[in-house]
Design a protein around this ligand. Structure first.
Ligand code: MTE
Length: 316
């Protein structure tokens, strides 16, 4: 992964967040989901493209102040659309997200092709404010809209042979100019153990800031695993498969010394090329805030049991 320490977001680019949050609170009280003007100047999908979603709040949200919509939708990693942080916002307009379907395969009783509406219909949408800790040692706080991954997976009735879950992103060179370059093992694919996937912190996100996802953030649906480095949180998912064996993952295939299967946030295990002890919170313009990185990104109480007996240095 590129170690890009330059922050392309200027102080003047940042939305006046307290104003936005107050307005959101007012609209929630009035029973209206947020929309409109705050999103007007966002690159990528326009305000007209993202649609309002009705959400309920979640007990799992952090109380940290979210980054602005502009930070979240203009500083991205989505290598299918280029390697620079502003490439996805610029080029992901070409991604067609409607119609969309997800193939469910492998060790389960209800495999098949499900269209997006069928996938989403039974699930109430929550707002989950999580800090996304990227392996590149920066982080952002993002108000995702989504629902527990485990609730979705259970609907397909995984059988007793299902030990892992693998996820695959769309791989279309016409819509995704970046897949023409062999920077990663395409299609982008990721995996979790079944126990990780069933943990209530893991969600499928379909929106952020009360609206459907902009393409650059992984529309129409993506994974969010808040105790792991950001690269586990795969975007624009077209296949979910229940497997007996540990699935291969794009980053571990491309650079096995640098990126492992587990990818748990761990300040004690450095990346071979840089320290993971601290992180830079994106969105403070020139005044870059560095803060200590927390083990499991602060979720040790909820997830450390998943790794009992596992050497986290070897299994990075
Ligand atoms: N998913 C796909 N398909 N392609 C990618 O390049 N980048 C990952 C992850 N999911 C990536 C992806 C990385 S490295 C990070 S840090 C997060 O997405 C960034 O998510 P965001 O742009 O919504 O903040």
């Amino acid at each position: 992964m590129k170690d890009k320490s330059d922050n392309k977001i200027r102080a003047t680019d940042i939305t006046d967040e307290p104003v936005y949050l107050k307005r959101r609170h007012f609209l929630q009280l009035a029973g209206i989901t947020t929309a409109g003007a705050a999103f007007a100047a966002i690159p990528g999908r326009s305000a007209a493209d993202v649609k309002p979603l009705k959400t309920i709040s979640s007990k799992y949200s952090t109380s940290q102040k979210p980054n602005s919509y502009k930070d979240i939708a203009s500083y991205n990693n989505y290598y299918e659309f280029g390697l620079e942080k502003d490439d996805p916002a610029r080029y992901a307009k070409s991604l067609i997200t409607d119609p969309w379907s997800v193939k469910i395969s492998g060790e389960c009783d209800k495999p098949g092709n499900y269209n997006l509406e069928d996938i989403l219909k039974p699930h109430p949408l929550e707002e989950r404010i999580y800090r996304l800790r990227c392996v590149e040692a920066w982080s952002m706080v993002i108000p995702w809209v989504g629902f527990p991954l485990g609730d979705l997976l259970k609907r397909f009735q995984p059988n007793s042979k299902a030990k892992y879950v693998s996820f695959t992103t769309l791989n279309d060179p016409v819509q995704m100019p970046g897949v023409g370059r062999r920077v990663l093992a395409w299609p982008y694919h990721e995996g979790l153990t079944i126990a990780e996937a069933m943990n209530p912190l893991a969600i499928i996100a379909v929106g952020l800031y009360g609206k459907t996802l902009p393409n650059q953030n992984g529309a129409p649906l993506r994974l969010i695993v808040p105790w792991k480095y950001g690269f586990k949180s795969i975007k624009s998912i077209v296949e979910i498969s229940f497997t007996r064996k540990r699935p291969q993952t794009s980053w571990a295939l491309s650079a096995p010394r640098e990126y492992g299967f587990y990818a748990n946030v761990n300040p004690q295990v450095d990346h071979p090329r840089w320290s993971q002890a601290r992180e830079r919170l994106i969105g403070n313009g020139l005044f870059v805030a560095k803060q200590p990185t927390l083990v499991f990104n602060g979720y040790a109480d909820q997830v450390a049991h998943l790794y009992s007996g596992l050497n986290l240095r070897k299994n990075f």
